[in-house]
Design a protein around this ligand. Structure first.
Ligand code: RET
Length: 280
């Protein structure tokens, strides 16, 4: 059970305050490893399919590659950090000589959140002054959301009210970003060819679903301060990482390919199998 250390200076994550069974400890190790594997698989996918779409959309795959590499590194770091922060006493996993921290994730999001949102603008074909304006909203809103949450997560073992207040401030920025994303997608979706408009709407809902998992993970110390809560939190992070980065990137590259095919770009027509009249 949760062991408060009664030390307000001790700003560390709740994961450090439990003793785990081998099943609980292994589940977290494995789920963190799954995260690394998914990002590396995604990396290979984007490297190999990048050239299928027209040059103007290829930047979306390049940005996915940037996200895959930075996420694979941070998740590998989390896995190593986790396994080196506890020691096996023959019966249970006990606290070791170092501290486990989720804070690395937040700092990594400083890169991934602006990059993931920029991909949307690339695939939607938004350029010039409009690009700059929306990009600035995404990036400033994203950084404000992340850094207020970063401060808040330091309080999860000492002050739930501070956790909730910083989380609330962070959520205001998240709502703003989601509004901006929805506005950008729904305004241009009806101008897109074929099924790409409806695909973009699906991407919007995937983004809302996957992004919502992060604040739920943030709130675990409030609604489930137990060993299994910690297993849940790391699982939520991994599901969120796979959907918000890998699946999202694959869906955007599908939109890029279909748009390229509608514009007559041969490699896209060929990779989609649309060049063969008899199959259409
Ligand atoms: C925080 C703090 C609590 C309130 C809210 C949060 C939102 C986090 C989000 C993170 C998204 C991260 C992504 C990373 C991809 O690499 C900061 C947990 C609202 C939405 C997409």
């Amino acid at each position: 059970s949760f062991q408060p250390f009664n030390n307000t200076l001790l700003m560390e994550n709740m994961e450090n305050h439990f003793i785990y069974t081998s099943a609980q400890f292994d589940l977290i190790t494995h789920v963190l490893t799954l995260g690394v594997g998914a990002q590396l698989g995604g990396l290979l996918y984007f490297l190999l399919t990048r050239k299928n779409s027209a040059p103007r959309y290829q930047l979306s795959s390049v940005l996915s590659i940037v996200v895959m590499i930075s996420a694979a590194l941070i998740l590998l770091n989390q896995q190593i950090n986790w396994t080196s922060s506890f020691k096996w006493d023959g019966n249970m996993w006990q606290r070791g000589d170092s501290t486990f921290s989720n804070g690395y994730r937040y700092v990594n999001w400083s890169i991934d959140v602006p990059v993931l949102l920029t991909q949307l603008l690339v695939v939607l074909g938004i350029t010039g002054a409009k690009f700059k304006r929306i990009w600035l909203g995404f990036t400033l809103g994203g950084l404000a959301m992340i850094y207020t949450g970063y401060i808040g997560q330091y309080y999860e073992t000492t002050s739930i009210s501070k956790l909730l207040i910083w989380g609330g401030i962070s959520s205001v920025f998240m709502v703003y970003i989601c509004y901006l994303v929805g506005n950008t997608i729904f305004r241009s979706a009806h101008t897109l060819p074929g099924t790409t408009g409806s695909l973009m709407r699906k991407i919007f809902w995937l983004l809302i679903f996957s992004w919502t998992l992060y604040p739920i993970a943030y709130l675990v110390p409030w609604f489930m301060p137990t060993e299994w809560g910690m297993v849940l939190r790391q699982t939520l992070y991994t599901v969120a990482d796979i959907t918000s980065k890998v699946i999202y990137g694959i869906m955007l590259s599908r939109v890029a390919d279909e748009r390229s095919a509608h514009e007559g770009y041969l490699p896209a027509l060929q990779s989609l199998g649309w060049d063969d009249e008899s199959r259409q």
